[in-house]
Design a protein around this ligand. Structure first.
Ligand SMILES: [Zn+2]
Length: 173
């Protein structure tokens, strides 16, 4: 392995880590909404709210929005799903081997959610169960001209990755 290819791998891995952080943050927001109405005691800090909604303290001041308004937005489930829906660049499915003469399978076997394209590229790849729902989710990354590599850090967040993947539909029209 030459030094330049390991640098490339490092860059791709960092990109995957950044995407993983966002996915985990968005899923934790959804989980939090399930158990907190936003009124009264709330364990989420102002910093976490700014970060999850894509604000810095500077952009907050420029936008003239109060942290209270953002805190309310943070607890809005529809809004949390919007953030999740806007993350993928592309969602694809693949069906496996088909017997000649059919019948054709109705549902796909595999899916991927592309989060970042080019070099480096990042995706969540997994298998679909008999109902077309994701049953596995693996974070993978790829640099120009290399194979997809599973990101080891994604393993400890496989529940979050799966929850994220289950926010989307994989049935064909
Ligand atoms: Zn809360």
């Amino acid at each position: 392995v030459s030094s330049s290819s390991s640098e490339h791998d490092d860059r791709a891995r960092k990109q995957a880590e950044a995407k993983l952080e966002t996915v985990v943050q968005y899923v934790h927001r959804l989980r939090h909404i399930e158990e907190c109405s936003g009124a009264g005691e709330c364990s989420v800090t102002d910093e976490e709210i700014l970060s999850a909604l894509g604000f810095s303290s500077e952009s907050l001041a420029r936008a003239a929005i109060s942290i209270e308004a953002l805190r309310e937005q943070y607890h809005d489930r529809e809004d949390a799903l919007e953030y999740i829906y806007e993350l993928p660049l592309e969602i694809c499915v693949r069906t496996g081997w088909e017997p000649v003469g059919g019948p054709r399978k109705r549902l796909a076997d595999e899916y991927y959610i592309l989060l970042c394209s080019g070099g480096p590229a990042v995706r969540i790849w997994g298998e679909l169960d008999d109902y077309g729902e994701p049953c596995t989710a693996v974070l993978e990354y790829q640099d120009w001209f290399t194979e997809w590599v599973p990101h080891t850090g994604g393993h400890q967040h496989k529940d979050e990755l799966l929850e994220f993947a289950r926010c989307f539909s994989y049935t064909m029209p």
